[in-house]
Write a protein that binds this ligand. Structure first.
Ligand SMILES: O=P(O)(O)OC[C@H]1O[C@H](O[C@H]2O[C@H](CO)[C@@H](O)[C@H](O)[C@H]2O)[C@H](O)[C@@H](O)[C@@H]1O
Length: 277
C-alpha cells in the first residue's frame, strides 16, 4: 500500500521517524468517528472493518498502541471488540478523555476520582432539557460524565446550538467542563483532556514519535499537545477523519482522510512501510 499524502514537512518527518524506529513509537486513535463509523445510537458503535487487524499489525513492532476516547474505558473496550483480539495484548484504552486507563494485559481499569459535580448535574439535567423545550434529547449517562446527544432529534444542529449556552452554565455551576462534540455536548470532569492524556502517554512510554488519529473537537487538545511536543523533539503525525465534521481538526492535520475506512488505510500503509524498511 502506498504512503498516504502527507501535507506537511513535520508530518513527513514524523512518518519517517516511526518507520525508522518503530520501537520508539506510540500509535494512538480516537474511537467514535475515527476507528468506528458514526451511527445514530451510541450503543451500536462498532470498529470499522479491518481497524483492529490494522492496530494489531502495528502493535507487533511499535512501542505502544492506544485508544483515546470520551467513552468510559470499559464501554470502548466492549464496543470496539479489542479485548482478546489477537495481537492486542499490550493495548491501552484511555477512557473519559484520559480520566480512566484500561490495560489489555491485566483487564484492569484505573481512574482518577470523579468530582461531586457530576451527580449534581445528573439531577439538574432533566429540568434543564425540559426548560429548553428539548426533553427528548438523549442523555448518555457515562457514570463519570454525562453526554447530551441531539443526533436523533428532528433538528439536530439547531437543538445542539440551543443547548450549548444552558449546558455551559450548568457545567460552570457544577465545576465541570463542557466538551462540545459531533451533535453531542458533554459535562465531564475538568483537569483532563486528550492533550493531557497524550502527554502522559508520551512521558510514560518515553516515546520518540507518535501517530494520533481523530475526527472531532475533543481531539484538538491531542493535536495541540503533540504539536507542542514537536517543539521538544517529538516526531508526530496527525491524522484527521473528515467525516467527524471538524474542519479545525482537518486544517491542523498532516493527513486528512474521508472516514474510518481511510484511517484503516493509513494504519495499514504505516505497517507496510515498517515491514519493508
Ligand atoms: O472520543 P470519542 O471516541 O470520539 O468519543 C466521543 C463521543 O462519541 C460518541 O458520540 C459520537 O458517536 C456516536 C456514535 O457514532 C454518535 O451517535 C454521536 O452523535 C457522536 O457524538 C459517544 O456517544 C460519546 O459518549 C463520546 O464521548
Amino acid at each position: 500500500m502506498s504512503t498516504p499524502v502527507l501535507a506537511t514537512a513535520a508530518g513527513r518527518e514524523g512518518w519517517e521517524a516511526i518507520v525508522e524506529d518503530p520501537a520508539g513509537a506510540v500509535i494512538a486513535s480516537d474511537f467514535d468517528g475515527t476507528l468506528s463509523p458514526l451511527v445514530e445510537d451510541p450503543a451500536m458503535s462498532r470498529a470499522a472493518d479491518g481497524a483492529l487487524d490494522a492496530l494489531a499489525r502495528l502493535a507487533r513492532s511499535v512501542g505502544q498502541v492506544a485508544i483515546v476516547t470520551g467513552r468510559p474505558a470499559l464501554v470502548a473496550t466492549e464496543l470496539s471488540g479489542v479485548s482478546g483480539h489477537p495481537g492486542l495484548g499490550r493495548l491501552v484504552v484511555l477512557g473519559h478523555y484520559g480520566l480512566e486507563r484500561w490495560e489489555a494485559s491485566t483487564g484492569a481499569v484505573t481512574s482518577d476520582p470523579v468530582p461531586p459535580g457530576v451527580a449534581v448535574a445528573r439531577e439538574r439535567l432533566p429540568g434543564l432539557l425540559q426548560e429548553a423545550g428539548l426533553p427528548d434529547a438523549f442523555v448518555e449517562d457515562k457514570g463519570s460524565s454525562l453526554a447530551v446527544h441531539t443526533r436523533r432529534l428532528p433538528e439536530p444542529l439547531p437543538a445542539w446550538e440551543a443547548l450549548r449556552a444552558p449546558l455551559t452554565e450548568l457545567a460552570e455551576s457544577t465545576d465541570l467542563r463542557l466538551e462540545p462534540g459531533n451533535l453531542v455536548l458533554e459535562l465531564r470532569p475538568p483537569g483532563i483532556d486528550k492533550g493531557v492524556a497524550m502527554r502522559r502517554l508520551v512521558e510514560s512510554t518515553e516515546a520518540r514519535s507518535v501517530l494520533y488519529a481523530g475526527d472531532d473537537l475533543g481531539d484538538l487538545a491531542a493535536f495541540r499537545a503533540l504539536d507542542d511536543l514537536r517543539g521538544e523533539g517529538l516526531h508526530a503525525v496527525l491524522v484527521a477523519a473528515r467525516s467527524g465534521g471538524s474542519s479545525e481538526l482537518a486544517d491542523a492535520a498532516d493527513i486528512v482522510v474521508d472516514d474510518p475506512a481511510g484511517v484503516v488505510t493509513v494504519l495499514t500503509a504505516l505497517s507496510d512501510a515498517i515491514a519493508t524498511r
